[in-house]
Design a protein around this ligand. Structure first.
Ligand SMILES: Cc1cc2nc3c(=O)[nH]c(=O)nc-3n(C[C@H](O)[C@H](O)[C@H](O)COP(=O)(O)OP(=O)(O)OC[C@H]3O[C@@H](n4cnc5c(N)ncnc54)[C@H](O)[C@@H]3O)c2cc1C
Length: 388
């Protein structure tokens, strides 16, 4: 038994895109996968900081708007969001384990979308107290000069991963003693948030101390070279190598900034959608032994298996899991796409569909007719899955 067919790690555009795509397969009669998301902080990632240009000026979103668009599907599909930091992802027999400090979640496929750095609540200080640029060293010269002029006599906190030296030495050269500089090395798990102090300064909260300054500078250059937020995958860490199917290894997929440059929203959303479909396909193969009928995205006779869009055979060992929520309106239970006539035994059966009891056990308790008819209707409505 496991927690979800697919677990997505991270909460930026890659994660939200992967989650929606893995959960929402369009094909008629196709079994939906259960999906959950584990992210250390509120969803949005780096794409929530400022205006995001997806490809160019003609296609851009004001701060936060892209996240809201992506999140509306997460809400609509009832994808649970767990707030936690993932430290390791590894295979254990036929399952993939997603481990946080306090819990081990198990799934058939995991998609790692942890970006290039861990974000907390620093976005709220951008751009007044939080500085950072991705525009290169040429631009940084004038940018640093401006910061030192504006904040002369104050304290700047530099945050980055290990190779911060290049940016730091450029800053020191331009600063010429005007600002006091302190550095905080991000080791991936030591920073846990940011807070405004009573006298209007900003503090970096780490696991063992609080560092106070007037402004923060995030050295993206160092994060682009050394990724410390990615969980350990099968014992290794850093940016992840993926193949054409966005696979890191059997059952483990990755998308977005964590797969390395170029660092961009378009890549994150695109890779997320592809990784979501590939993870779904992996789950389908584990459950039914054949590729998923992903018509419109793949040919129908992929790998010699002709896809007929048949409802999966309701074998006794499958464990049905209700994915959607329903509203009771008069004599009807209304789901997202379908309605069922309400009666007490049906509601008891729906409550029992938590992926824990097998179809045989449920048939024994509620009768084959009720179980088979309800499961078929809910699979069609994309509100039920069968776990293995
Ligand atoms: C100021 C700024 C402006 C930008 N402007 C643009 C632009 O205009 N156009 C463009 O295309 N790109 C832009 N980018 C880049 C773009 O934001 C990123 O490429 C994109 O957000 C990457 O998406 P992602 O989902 O891969 O990662 P992220 O957005 O970084 O999301 C990853 C999420 O996973 C979480 N996470 C990390 N590690 C763990 C863990 N171990 N456990 C649980 N959760 C974890 C992080 O906290 C984060 O919330 C900009 C970036 C910045 C900072």
């Amino acid at each position: 038994m496991y927690d979800s067919d697919i677990i997505i790690v991270g909460g930026g555009p890659a994660a939200l895109s992967a989650a929606a795509r893995a959960r929402r397969v369009r094909t008629f009669n196709l079994l939906t996968a259960s999906v959950m998301l584990v992210t250390n902080t509120r969803p949005g990632g780096l794409a929530d900081w400022t205006k995001v240009r997806v490809t160019g000026d003609g296609w851009s979103y004001p701060r936060g708007e892209l996240t809201q668009k992506l999140l509306s599907d997460i809400r609509d599909y009832n994808i649970p969001i767990i707030k936690d930091t993932v430290s390791k992802v590894y295979r254990e027999r036929d399952l993939v384990v997603v481990a946080t400090d306090s819990k081990h979640y198990r799934c058939l496929a995991a998609i790692i979308c942890t970006g290039m750095r861990m974000t907390w609540n620093e976005r709220q200080f951008f751009p007044e107290k939080l500085y950072g640029t991705l525009k290169g060293y040429r631009f940084m010269e004038q940018y640093f000069n401006q910061i030192c002029k504006e904040h002369s006599g104050k304290r700047i906190i530099f945050i980055g991963t290990e190779p911060m030296d290049t940016t730091l030495s450029l800053f020191e050269e331009i600063n010429d003693g005007r600002m006091e500089v302190v550095t905080v090395e991000d080791t991936g798990r030591n920073i846990v948030g940011y807070k405004e102090t009573e006298d209007g300064k900003i503090s970096v909260l780490t696991t063992n101390k609080v560092i106070v300054g007037d402004i923060l500078h995030i050295d993206f250059e160092s994060y682009m070279q050394n990724n410390v937020s990615c969980p350990q995958i099968n014992g290794t860490s850093g940016f992840l190598q993926v193949d054409r199917k966005f696979r890191v290894s059997e059952g483990i997929f990755a998308a977005g900034d964590v797969t390395g440059p170029p660092f961009s929203v378009a890549k994150a959303v695109g890779e997320g959608a592809c990784a979501g479909m590939e993870a779904y396909d992996h789950v389908h193969r584990v459950k039914f032994g054949v590729p998923a009928p992903l018509f419109a995205f793949y040919p129908n006779n992929r790998e010699g298996h002709i896809t007929r869009f048949e409802m999966p055979e309701l074998k006794g060992y499958y464990r049905p899991k209700l994915l959607g929520e329903y509203v009771k309106k008069g004599p009807e239970l209304t789901f997202r796409e379908i309605s069922l006539t309400a009666y007490p035994e049906l509601i008891r059966f729906l409550d029992a569909c938590e992926g824990l009891s097998t179809l045989d056990e449920l048939r024994h308790e509620f009768g084959s007719e009720l179980v088979n008819e309800t499961v078929r209707a809910l699979i069609r409505g994309k509100d039920m899955t069968l776990e293995v």
